[in-house]
Ligand binder design. Sequence first.
Ligand code: AMP
Length: 112
Amino acid sequence: MGTLFEKIAAGEIPAEFLYRDGKCFVIRDIAPQAPLHLLIIPQKPIRSLADAENGDCELLGHLLLIAKRMADKYAPGGDFRLVANSGESAGQSVPHLHLHLLAGRSLAWPPG
Ligand code: AMP
C-alpha cells in the first residue's frame, strides 16, 4: 500500500531526486507539460491541499520555499508557475499532496 509518491520516496519506484531533505523531495514529472516540470512532494502523505491542517503550516511554507529554490536553480531569472491540483475534477491524479513547478515556456491563463 502507500501512494505512488510514498513508493518513490521509499525507492520502490525509481526516480532521480533533484532535492531531498527530511520534509520533502523533488523529482521531474514523468510527463512534462513544460520544458521544466518538477514535483515538490512532502514526505508526509497528506491526501491533497484540501486535507492539510493547521499543524501543516510550517510544512506548506517549506514546500513553497523549496519550490522557489528549485526555480532559482533550474529556471534562473525566468518566470514560473506553481500548481496544486486538489481533487479529481481539478486534475489531481495522485492522492498525495504535491506542487507542480512549471517553467520554460509561456503559460496561458486561465488553465484548462
Ligand atoms: P496530479 O495530476 O496533479 O495529481 O499530478 C501527478 C503528476 O505525477 C502527473 O503530472 C504525472 O505525470 C506525475 N507522475 C506520475 N507518475 C510519475 C512517476 N513515476 N514519476 C514522476 N512523475 C509521475
